[in-house]
Design a protein around this ligand. Structure first.
Ligand code: OAD
Length: 275
């Protein structure tokens, strides 16, 4: 395994097909906490335990407060150099040459101009809401902050002070008028969009990917965690960019330890000097 940026950059330029797989570490230097790092707690609640359909059924007010806070903080955050570098690379090497798969729901890739066919949002978006009733298909894009007055994040409480929010204070579905709205993100135990998964598999199978860059993800959640191995099994190379590579990279060809924004902007994508 190599730490040599020059050989990595050369491989990047030579690759016909490049896949980036991103996680929370991509947005860390924009101030968005990761899931399994120190910021992955909200008050006494583990962020991972709130991201479930069971938690929403049990206490929708609690789960909505958590998501209202995440929406509020994501709207205040700005994309960092890594988001811009990936967006710029996507402009230079349009789909199908370059495809990004991101697990992030914070809207920062879109904010950097990384949109369209060249990026798939595996876990949805904080800024889409849908009816929680499985039979109601209502969904909309929504960046209102707060989404209801009861879910306003009080000034100075951006770390998330908890209040009781009665069910009447939560957003309702305007279509069926019986369900609550919920964030259109993928929660634990839920299926990812099957059409999207099919598109990704077809993309990887159609022409082998030469290089997969894994950026700021602990590699614990599938299917995202499996794409690099799939690329490797098809003969492609793998590079990992992460602030902590201590337990990573057994089968990586390159391993770059550091902040994604710094590594991607300064070294990985030197072509992205328009940031
Ligand atoms: P994790 O919190 O599991 O992992 C974040 C990774 O980013 C870790 O490997 C950190 O070392 C790394 N990291 C932290 N700061 C970084 C920085 N500044 N630069 C580079 N790397 C950094 O987050 P994910 O892997 O994204 O899913 O988590 C995967 C999924 O688990 C999430 O999408 C979410 C969560 O449950 C759902 O909610 C469905």
């Amino acid at each position: 395994m190599s730490k040599d940026l020059a050989s990595f950059h050369e491989a990047l330029l030579q690759s016909k097909r490049v896949l980036a797989v991103c996680g929370a570490g991509l947005s860390a230097s924009s101030g968005i906490p990761t899931f399994r790092g120190a910021g992955g707690m909200w008050r006494k609640h583990n962020a991972l335990e709130l991201a479930t359909p069971e938690a929403f059924r049990k206490d929708p007010g609690l789960v909505w407060q958590f998501y209202s806070l995440r929406r509020h903080n994501a709207l205040k955050a700005a994309p960092n150099a890594a988001h811009y570098a990936l967006a710029e690379f996507a402009r230079q090497r349009p789909f199908p040459e370059f495809l990004t798969l991101t697990q992030n729901v914070d809207g920062l890739s879109e904010g950097a101009g990384h949109k369209g066919k060249s990026v798939e949002f595996l876990h949805g978006s904080l800024f889409r809401v849908r009816c929680a009733r499985s039979w109601c298909r209502y969904e909309r894009f929504d960046i209102s902050d707060p989404i209801t007055p009861a879910l306003a994040v009080p000034e100075g409480e951006e770390d998330g002070a908890w209040r009781d929010v009665p069910i009447e204070g939560l957003p309702k579905c305007p279509e069926c008028r019986t369900g609550l709205l919920r964030p259109a993100v993928v929660w634990f135990g839920e299926e990812l969009d099957s059409q999207m998964l099919k598109r990704i598999q077809q993309h990887i199978a159609r022409d082998p990917v030469d290089l997969c860059i894994v950026i700021g993800t602990s590699g614990t959640v599938y299917p995202a965690a499996g794409y690099a191995s799939q690329v490797k099994a098809q003969g492609g190379k793998v590079a990992i960019v992460d602030i902590d590579c201590s337990v990573r990279g057994d089968d990586a060809d390159w391993l770059f330890e550091g902040d994604a924004a710094r590594v991607l902007y300064l070294s990985t994508f030197p072509l992205s000097d328009t940031c």
